[in-house]
Design a protein around this ligand. Structure first.
Ligand SMILES: NC(=O)c1ccc[n+]([C@@H]2O[C@H](COP(=O)([O-])OP(=O)(O)OC[C@H]3O[C@@H](n4cnc5c(N)ncnc54)[C@H](O)[C@@H]3O)[C@@H](O)[C@H]2O)c1
Length: 270
């Protein structure tokens, strides 16, 4: 039995990293999939990989007009939307706040909160009625940064804490018609998460972080000892997006390889 057979799923930020892994998994689970993605180049790559198998729409999740147009295109193509999965995001470069010129903070805040928080709010508002009609699901992406320090800088971390709270509030407001849950990943192999333009880091991506040192640390401190690929997150997102989830709303699942389940940094067992 396929988890999403007959369902229409919109993945926002599905052009790379987590979202692309979720797109591939949702297709394997029988969904008809649409993607809203800001990068023209990534939209092209989606066309190359999936052809007509995915409705790839170029648009910015922070622009109301882009969201309304995406909603119209998905409904026109498929007639319904059963789940919206929000995987968009940008990073803050993990720059310590004391190293940021005070004059730049407001611009940095606006840039990162726009994509990471306002994008989720607008998405929820624009797709609420279509999701309610289908008794569907909304799945948002937080981060372990919302639970423990050192998962980002102060601004990124604050956005991810906001998503954790937003999941609870939207679940309350959208019940009983739409289930709203979140996922808080720790790390994603192959992520292209971009830094902020406000700090001149828009061209710096997460996969540019010195890989060996980061991987070595992650393997030593996480209980399951491997940085997951985007595809490995697919089954969790698919379940939360599906009708098989009749038991949870308002929850954010910490999907962290056991990273936070410890208080002392002794090495995990070999
Ligand atoms: N990489 C990690 O280690 C990690 C850890 C925890 C949480 N996350 C979160 O997972 C999510 C996915 O990140 P990723 O690591 O796969 O990065 P990614 O950059 O590979 O994927 C994010 C996608 O969102 C798109 N996007 C950015 N701004 C957009 C906008 N305004 N409108 C539409 N699309 C937009 C990007 O072009 C990109 O394709 C993000 O919310 C991120 O904060 C990532």
């Amino acid at each position: 039995m396929q988890m999403l057979a007959g369902d229409v799923v919109l993945v926002v930020g599905g052009g790379s990293g987590l979202g692309l892994g979720v797109v591939r998994h949702c297709l394997a689970e029988g969904a008809r999939v649409a993607v809203l993605e800001v990068s023209e180049g990534k939209v092209e790559q989606l066309h190359e990989e999936f052809g007509h198998g995915v409705l790839a729409i170029r648009g910015d999740v922070t622009e109301l007009a882009d969201l309304e147009s995406a909603r119209a295109r998905v409904l026109d193509a498929y007639g319904q939307v059963d789940a919206v999965i929000a995987c968009q995001g940008i990073f803050d470069g993990q720059v310590p706040i004391a190293d940021i010129e005070p004059e730049r903070l407001a611009t940095l805040f606006d840039e990162v909160f726009h994509v990471n928080v306002l994008g989720h709010l607008l998405l929820a508002r624009v797709f609420h009625d279509a999701l309610a009609e289908q008794h569907g699901a909304l799945v948002l992406t937080s981060s372990t940064a919302a639970y423990a320090a050192d998962g980002g800088g102060a601004v990124y971390t604050a956005t991810k804490g906001a998503i954790r709270s937003l999941v609870g509030q939207l679940a309350f407001e959208f019940a009983p018609d739409v289930r709203v849950n979140g996922v808080a990943p720790a790390g994603i192999a192959g992520s292209k998460l971009a830094g902020p333009g406000a700090l001149g880091l828009a061209a710096t991506t997460q996969d540019a972080i010195p890989k060996d040192a980061f991987l070595d640390t992650f393997r030593r401190v996480s209980l399951l000892q491997e940085l997951p690929t985007a595809e490995e997150y697919g089954p969790l997102y698919a379940f939360l997006a599906s009708r098989h989830n009749t038991i949870m709303t308002g929850q954010t699942i910490v999907a962290d390889q056991g990273l936070l389940n410890r208080s002392v940094l002794t090495p995990a067992r070999a």
